[in-house]
Design a protein around this ligand. Structure first.
Ligand code: NDP
Length: 236
C-alpha cells in the first residue's frame, strides 16, 4: 500500500492513475482545482471511501499548494509517491505566441511542479522509498526532436515548458537525492485525453498501466532519468 499525492487528477491521465491506485488498495490524495465539480472523483470516493481524499490544488498558486500540503498532513505524516501530473497543452504557431498564454503555460507545466516538489518535500522525505515523478513529454526532448528519426511536432511554448521542466527536475534530482528522494522524469506517450486528442495511439488505461509498471521497478539508482512510458531512456 502506497501513500500517493497526484495533481490534475480530475480527468485524463491523472484520473486514470487514481483509478489504478485505488484498485490496488493505495491511499490516494487526489488533487484538482475544483473538487466540488470533480464528478468522476466523487464517484470514486463513494466507492472507495477512506482510501481516497480529494484535495483542492491549483499548481499555479503557491497558497493553494501550501494549503493542499496542510490538508494532506492532517491525514498522513508521509507520502511515498508524489506525481506532478497537472499540465496544460497547446501547440501554437509563431504568430500565436503571446506573453499571457506563454507565461500561463510556464506556470502550470514548469514552475508549478517545482513548487509542489518543494512544498511536499518533508512529507516525501518521511515516505518509504520515496519517489517524485515529473510528468513531462517527449516533445520536451530537444535531442529527439532534432534526431533523424524523431517526430518533429510544430509548436513553441508547450515543448519548451517540458524541456524547462526536465532541466529543473535535474536540479531537483541533485537537491533531493541526499534526502533519500528519487526524482524521475517521464513521458506518458501520446495518449487519448482532452490534451492528446482522438488521434493519439494510446488509451489512458494502457498508458497508465505501463507507467505504473515502470515506477514499481524504480530505485534510487534511477534518479535523474528521463523515461518513456515503457521505461526506455529518452535523450534530453
Ligand atoms: P488533460 O488536458 O486531459 O488533463 C490535464 C489535467 O491537468 C486536468 O486535470 C487539469 O485540470 C489539470 N490542470 C491544468 N492546469 C492546472 C492547474 N493550474 N492546477 C491544477 N491542475 C491543473 O491532460 P492529460 O491527462 O493528457 O495530461 C496529463 C499530463 O501528461 C500533462 O502534464 C501533460 O503535459 C502530459 N502529457 C500528455 C500527453 C498526452 O498525449 N495526453 C503527451 C505528453 C505529455 P482542470 O480540469 O481543472 O483543467
Amino acid at each position: 500500500m502506497k501513500r500517493i499525492f497526484i495533481t490534475g487528477s480530475n480527468r485524463g491521465l491523472g484520473l486514470g492513475f487514481v483509478r489504478l491506485f485505488l484498485e490496488r488498495g493505495d491511499q490516494v490524495f487526489a488533487a484538482c482545482r475544483r473538487p466540488a465539480k470533480a464528478e468522476a472523483l466523487q464517484e470514486l470516493k463513494a466507492k472507495f471511501g477512506g482510501l481516497l481524499t480529494l484535495i483542492e490544488c491549483d499548481v499555479t498558486d503557491e497558497a493553494s499548494i501550501l494549503a493542499a500540503a496542510a490538508e494532506v498532513s492532517k491525514e498522513t505524516d508521509a507520502l511515498d509517491w508524489v506525481i506532478n501530473n497537472a499540465g496544460q497543452g497547446g501547440l501554437e504557431t509563431l504568430a500565436d505566441v503571446s506573453f499571457k498564454r506563454g507565461l500561463e503555460l510556464y506556470a502550470a507545466n514548469c514552475i508549478g511542479p517545482i513548487v509542489v516538489a518543494r512544498t511536499f518535500r518533508e512529507l516525501l522525505k518521511a515516505g518509504s522509498n520515496p519517489l517524485l515523478i515529473q510528468i513531462s513529454s517527449r516533445l520536451g526532448s530537444i535531442g529527439e526532436r532534432e534526431s533523424e528519426d524523431g517526430r518533429w511536432v510544430d509548436g513553441y511554448v508547450y515543448p519548451s515548458t517540458k524541456a524547462a521542466l526536465n532541466m529543473m527536475s535535474r536540479q531537483l534530482w541533485k537537491d533531493f537525492t541526499p534526502l533519500g528522494i528519487t526524482v524521475v522524469i517521464q513521458s506518458p506517450g501520446w495518449v487519448r485525453t482532452d490534451m492528446g486528442g482522438d488521434a493519439a495511439p494510446l488509451d489512458i488505461e494502457t498508458a497508465t498501466t505501463s507507467m505504473l509498471k515502470v515506477w514499481e521497478g524504480l530505485g534510487p539508482e534511477d534518479g535523474g532519468r528521463y523515461l518513456s512510458e515503457t521505461g526506455d531512456d529518452l535523450p534530453f
